[in-house]
Design a protein around this ligand. Sequence first.
Ligand SMILES: [Zn+2]
Length: 435
Amino acid sequence: MNFTDSPSAHAEIAGTVQDHVDAARLAASLAALARFGGRDDGGVSRETLTDIDLAARRHLIEQARALGCEVSTDDCGNLFFRRPGREDLPPVLTGSHADTQPVGGKYDGAYGVLAGLEVIAALNAAGVETRRPIEVVSWTNEEGSRFGPGAMGSSAFVDPGRLAIYRDAVDPAGVRFGDALDAALTASADVPRLPMPRPMAACVELHIEQGPVLEAANVPLGVVTGIQAVRWFRVDCAGTMAHAGTTPMAVRRDAMAVAVAIAQELYALAPRDAAAGSNELRLTLGRWTVAPNSVNTIPGHVSFTVDMRCLDDAALDRAEAALRAACVRHAQASDAVTVERFFHRTPTHFPGTMLDAIERACTRASEQAGRAMPMRLTSGAFHDAMYLADHCPTAMIFVPSKGGISHNAAEDTDATELFLGAKALAYTVAELACR
Ligand SMILES: [Zn+2]
């Protein structure tokens, strides 16, 4: 390869790498990782830092070394697979996570990591040397199902102060995240540990959409423009426990009646309006605790969580104000109502230069395959890229999810679309690594 420093030369190199992505090699690599925690129903159970996950991490290390990569880790157990560049500059980063929900699918996360390794294989096959190094990352504990919160690896990488708090997270069996992490680091003692964070030139994450938009449009590749803002609340309603048969309705201090009234006001803020599209306010009241949780006792205490999401932070401001006002108003019918906001993220908007690079890559791959041109969409789910966006220019590529289903053994994506996604990633990463 001859290197000139012009955008057209970079595009030519990127096209060559894209054309060396191999569908069969990618499919075999996806099938091999899916065997770690593979289930009879086609799903995968590979929660973070379990024995199965540790075996999968070892498998990834060996796969990367076989491709000639240098492997490193960090204090949060993130794994980095590096293909050196001509110059020792900050690398272009790609990848995702290899952990799953208790019952997850083969592609959520794993696809982004393995497509990254396929990009390395394509670079090797094309005989291309890039100016910058390229690193493929497998972030620790993106799912957050065993140890909360999610995206620990990527968020600790960009802000290592978070790790001390994460280390005290405990799983349902009483295992500390810090202890599970130390065991994983001991198991990979042959892997050098690098500091967190390190400078990165750019980051591209390829992921399944986990929603219905691309499939409905019959579009194989999506350019992700940003990620919704989110706020989490806990609402606690206190009442007075009393006998269900003997206590007249007029004198009850019923914590459930108050909680339900607040919930109804909340749902009224988020009407089911198909015309709202991805800009709608999304509300989920997902976790309820009721005490004493008895069929014939008036509830003395009810608490529930509220997950509010929207691309528009101002809409979340209005929804939060309405929630707080409802809690004040309904407190009069109970002993006390408190509302606590325990997590929030402002919306993520990926930079235009990154979107343009991804669009070029997706357009070339789609054209070659005779498929519809890429579309721009937003992400309703969190991703590691959300945290990397705080650290370096970042963006994401989506491929369709059949039926919009994920966090489910039935999660699936067409093999051709998985191939096109890897091709789009290869072009994007190669082009960025030439700059
Ligand atoms: Zn994921």
